[in-house]
Design a protein around this ligand. Structure first.
Ligand code: DP6
Length: 361
């Protein structure tokens, strides 16, 4: 498939006004997307668990205008209040996707959005936010084109979400989504995420992710800036090759349910992401002392308990603690007794693997 496949020909239906709502989850990468080319094309393939509790709910109310405008006409509400802060981001997004949704300038849009996780928790909301908006706009397109197949709907929603924020393209479906061309994965594409197409052991069907909020402050480096640091990075090529190898290795691990090997890849990916930031120009340390305390505690506890708890990190100080369903009681007990004291105000979010975005009535 190419970008051109997402440009619609003509629409067969006329629609005056309407309203659509989607709830779309966040996701946590196991193999990380870090580095991109023009037009939101990833420098390497990535794979993530779709989450469940951390989600954005977005409603788009649309009404046809008398005549098409030169610019986009939209109002923005965040958690019930008018919000201008997100306007530039939405404007850029609409600009990028207009060629694929040519009706956008003919409608006035009221976009209402809210997050299920605490505001300013330091949890990235771009994946859930951009995927929820992309789905609402796709639902508008589906109303204009009655012929659209479900497969096209899903692929194009992911394609559009990617243009808003790369990782957002992995938030349309569940429970494991891969994005980026990889020769070992049939159907994989740089343009959109796909549901992981191979065998997955039942142990990965129910997995927990307890997110420890170590630092709720504003991100020190935005992902957009972070990705740019991979241009001319001395270790970039090796890192991109490593992501391909890790994805290949995960195939057998997912099929067999080999948790020990899973842990080695997931933790190494998290630390490599941070290593890339520590070795770029300019360089950044995004972990906090408490991030390291938590990592050490997890390693000690895992050794002692024989459980399969492990961690992963985003481009920040918060820690995602991953563990399988059958160990959930003992691991959560450990988290409460030994880890939450390293969080800001002991704040943490209990999330788990999820099954993708949902349309709400
Ligand atoms: C560290 O998707 O937030 O979370 O495409 O610039 O919006 P943009 O970046 P974004 O980057 C996410 C990076 C990451 C790893 C990952 O989710 O794969």
């Amino acid at each position: 498939m190419t970008e051109k496949d997402f440009i619609p020909r003509t629409y067969d239906t006329f629609i005056e006004k309407g309203r659509v709502t989607y709830k779309s989850p966040s996701n946590i990468a196991l193999v990380k997307y870090w580095g991109k080319k023009e037009n939101q094309i990833p420098a390497n393939p990535s794979i993530s668990f779709t989450l469940d509790a951390c989600a954005t709910i977005t409603t788009v109310i649309f009404s046809k205008m008398e005549s098409e405008k030169d610019s986009f006409s939209f109002d923005l509400f965040f958690e019930g209040k008018p919000n201008e802060d997100f306007r530039p981001k939405i404007e850029t997004f609409l600009d990028r996707i207009e060629v694929y949704l040519p009706f956008l300038k003919s409608y006035h849009l009221t976009i209402e959005t809210s997050n299920s996780f605490p505001h300013s928790s330091g949890i990235a909301s771009s994946a859930s936010g951009m995927s929820a908006l992309a789905l609402c706009l796709m639902e508008m397109e589906r109303k204009l084109n009655g012929q659209m197949t479900q497969a096209h709907f899903i692929a194009k929603a992911s394609f559009l979400a990617r243009l808003g924020s790369g990782s957002a393209c992995r938030s349309i479906e569940g429970n494991l989504v891969q994005w980026g061309e990889h020769k070992g994965t049939q159907g994989s594409s740089d343009l959109f995420g796909i549901k992981y197409p191979y065998e997955v052991h039942p142990v990965f069907e129910k997995y927990h992710d307890t997110i420890l909020l170590v630092d709720k402050g504003q991100k020190q480096v935005s992902s957009t800036v972070g990705h740019k640091l991979m241009h001319g990075h001395p270790f970039a090529e090796n890192r991109f090759a490593q992501a391909h190898e890790n994805l290949s290795a995960l195939k057998g691990i997912f099929a067999k349910g080999d948790l020990d090997s899973f842990i080695k890849i997931v933790e190494s990916e998290a630390l490599t992401l941070h290593a890339m930031m520590m070795t770029s120009q300019p360089y950044f340390v995004l972990m906090k002392p408490n991030t390291l305390e938590i990592i050490q505690k997890i390693w000690t506890y895992r050794e002692k308990s024989g459980t399969h708890v492990c961690f992963t990190l985003d481009a920040g100080a918060n820690v995602h603690v991953l563990y399988p369903e059958k160990e959930k009681e003992e691991v959560y007990d450990f988290i409460q007794k030994e880890l939450v004291l390293y969080c800001e105000n002991q704040q943490h979010i209990c999330d788990r693997i999820g099954y993708g975005a949902k349309k709400l009535n």
